[in-house]
Design a protein around this ligand. Structure first.
Ligand code: NAI
Length: 306
């Protein structure tokens, strides 16, 4: 198999001053891409700003002869980041939405600011950068987009009501853009990394940080962004050299029908059927939900038109 190259491709990587984003930036530049290294340069909880994080990574790339430009705007100003790509490289082909912060607290103690800031950076930020890049991708009939969720976004996690729900939102966004962009060769995928970085260095011991180096996530993102890739709308968990696609399963369920009113007691009595994963269906799209309703209840939602 030939090497995956990104010559002439313009890649925007948000939050590329540290951790995962920095590792992506170095690798894409090594593989010939022109890289917009975005980083606001604030703290891990989203306070402050500095231009040094992005500038440092650009200098690292230029030191080995790579092509990169710094951008220090917040992802909340996504259009400015895309403008940097247009001004310097006359286009945008790949967007890696990676910028992130943590503001963990139990739901009881969570402040409005903890909720709002997490949503601004993760959800608004990823949406704004991608929205500004989208028209260019549509026009050229090519685009690769990565969203970064988390195991917390897939499964929930204690102390992360704000973070996990924002990360869940990115799954919805990524999967919908996969549907809207797929026909135009704009492929969107969502990764849930586990990586040693400043977000995790305070909680993990040294050997775990080493085993979960961002370098073990980089090849996944390179593969998903390759010109030849056809993967679209997927959620991939990865860490320490492990890569795994996540999908939804649905039980055959309890179908009581609509001929007569349904009581809570009836459902309670047969709750085991709602929860029994024997012969579970794999559900990949909203069509599968509509099909299930028609299969189990006999109502054809798929062809329903007023
Ligand atoms: P990191 O803290 O090393 O890097 C994140 C970068 O994003 C920082 O350089 C920060 O300055 C930048 N950033 C934060 N807010 C920004 C904003 N408004 N605009 C532009 N840049 C901004 O963290 P790490 O671990 O590399 O995280 C990268 C992504 O991966 C994040 O979205 C994080 O939530 C996600 N993630 C990381 C996991 C891990 O185990 N490290 C687990 C699951 C998800």
């Amino acid at each position: 198999m030939s090497d995956i190259r990104f010559d002439e491709k313009v890649v925007i990587i948000t939050g590329a001053g540290n951790g995962l984003g920095r590792a992506y930036a170095l690798e894409f530049a090594k593989r010939g891409a022109r890289v917009v290294v975005n980083d606001l340069g604030g703290s891990g909880s989203g306070e402050g700003a500095s231009s040094s994080a992005a500038a440092k990574v650009v200098a690292e790339i230029q030191a080995f002869g790579g092509d990169a430009v710094a951008n220090c705007d917040s992802v909340e100003d996504g259009e400015k980041i895309v403008q940097t790509a247009i001004d310097n490289y006359d286009g945008v082909d790949i967007v890696i939405n990676n910028a992130g912060i943590l503001r963990d607290s139990s739901f009881a103690k969570m402040q409005d600011k903890d909720w709002e800031l997490i949503y601004k950076v993760h959800v608004d930020g990823a949406c704004k950068v991608t929205k500004a890049a989208w028209p260019y991708m549509l026009k050229q009939g090519f685009g690769r987009i990565i969203f970064t969720t988390s195991a917390a976004g897939i499964y929930g996690n204690f102390g992360q009501a704000n973070y996990s729900s924002a990360k869940s939102a990115l799954i919805g966004l990524g999967r919908t853009l996969a549907i809207e962009g797929g026909r135009k060769n704009i492929l969107s995928n969502v990764i849930a990394p586990i990586a040693g970085s400043r977000l995790t260095e305070t909680i993990w011991p040294e050997e775990i940080l080493k085993a979960t180096s961002p370098d073990f996530i980089v090849p996944l993102v390179v593969k998903l962004c390759a010109q030849e890739s056809s993967e679209n709308g997927s959620v991939i968990e990865a860490g320490a050299g492990w890569f795994s696609k996540v999908r939804y399963q649905r039980t055959q369920g309890l179908a009581l029908g609509t001929d007569s009113p349904i009581t809570a007691e009836q459902i309670a009595q047969q709750w085991h059927k709602v929860c029994d994963f024997t012969d579970a269906d794999v559900a990949e799209s909203i069509v599968d939900t509509f099909n299930a309703v028609s299969k189990y209840v006999g109502i054809d939602l798929l062809n329903a038109k007023k």
